[in-house]
Design a protein around this ligand. Structure first.
Ligand code: NAD
Length: 290
């Protein structure tokens, strides 16, 4: 298949490389002039998408996605599929899908989970929103870049699933970290804390699979000086998207709101920028009640 790929950053570059490795004819464009092995380099975004049956975008945010969509949609072939894998706000995802459909294209919003490691290994999970026909056309590409793709519903449903998932993740990570810090102050051994909670009703992915306490549980960024992993500023981005969506849908999300405020403080006023999002634990360790 002839594929255009826009946004060859930490995630996009390995995703495009994996598509090229399986014999697809991939042409990429990135404003930073990035070259990726096996991927043809275009000089402009329209050059990357002309004649392509599928176009994938992997961009930083909704405003950039909207700007890129304006640039490329007029140059895409009718019937081609526009697959946006960036994490963006639900409103931008829906607006771009609308614009693509009005131009005779198929559209899927398909944010991913699995991070840079999953992108390189081709083991991402895709959460997709769009019509059945659009999903069917994109599915073989999801299979190459990932291990699972869930068709969540109409346009925007993929982004909705992603931000709801990550709102739960942000909240449970904070709860896990503050509970470890409390356990420390109560004189409870961290290994015992893990042994109990990971097999009791307080268990979660944050505790069981990504334990924020070094030397306890499975290998995680905590065992590597809290080097990301999943950076605290990316968690903040996703939490902000969850609150933006909650505003526009008039949903009450008090825990999501508190998690957003805490990650904001951690990243913007403390030393959290560049740290894994589980670095909340050393933050709580240093603090008292006031
Ligand atoms: P990144 O900053 O490494 O890559 C984004 C790329 O887009 C950059 O190379 C940039 O030069 C390029 N770009 C910006 N504006 C452009 C434009 N107008 N035209 C063409 N290219 C342009 O970011 P990333 O880590 O690859 O993340 C991409 C998306 O994936 C984000 O929405 C992020 O939230 C999401 N995501 C990231 C991770 C992760 O672990 N990094 C995990 C899941 C989802």
């Amino acid at each position: 298949m002839k594929i255009g790929f826009i946004g060859l950053g930490n995630m996009g570059a390995p995703m495009a490389a994996n598509l090229a490795k399986t014999g697809h004819d991939v042409t990429g464009f990135d404003t930073a002039g990035v070259s990726v092995k096996g991927v043809n380099k275009a000089e402009t975004a329209p050059d990357a998408v002309r004649g392509a049956e599928a176009v994938i975008t992997m961009l930083p945010n909704g405003d950039i996605l909207r700007a890129v969509a304006d640039q490329i949609i007029p140059h895409m072939e009718k019937g081609a599929v526009f697959i946006d894998c960036s994490t963006v706000d639900v409103d931008s995802a829906r607006a771009v899908a609308d614009q693509a459909e009005q131009a005779g294209l198929l559209a899927v919003d398909a944010p991913v989970s699995g991070g840079i490691g999953g992108a390189a290994a081709g083991t991402l999970t895709f959460m997709a929103g769009g019509s059945d026909a659009a999903f069917a056309k994109a599915a073989p590409l999801f299979e190459i870049m990932g291990q699972k793709a869930v068709h969540c519903g109409a346009a925007g449903a993929g982004q909705a699933a992603k931000i709801c998932n990550n709102m739960i993740l942000g909240v449970t990570m904070i709860a896990t970290c503050e509970a470890f810090a409390l356990a420390d102050k109560l004189g409870l051994d961290r290994q015992k804390m893990f042994d109990v909670v990971s097999t009791s009703s307080g268990y979660s992915w944050s505790m069981n699979a990504y334990c924020p306490a070094p030397g306890v549980g499975p290998q995680s960024p905590a065992d590597n000086g809290y080097k990301p992993g999943f950076a605290a500023e990316l968690m903040l981005k996703d939490l902000r998207l969850s609150q933006q969506a909650a505003e526009s849908a008039d949903a009450d999300t008090p825990m999501g709101q508190i998690a957003t405020a805490l990650y904001e403080q951690f990243v913007e006023a403390e030393d959290g920028k560049g740290m894994d999002f589980s670095g909340m634990l050393p933050r709580f360790e240093k603090r008292g009640r006031s």
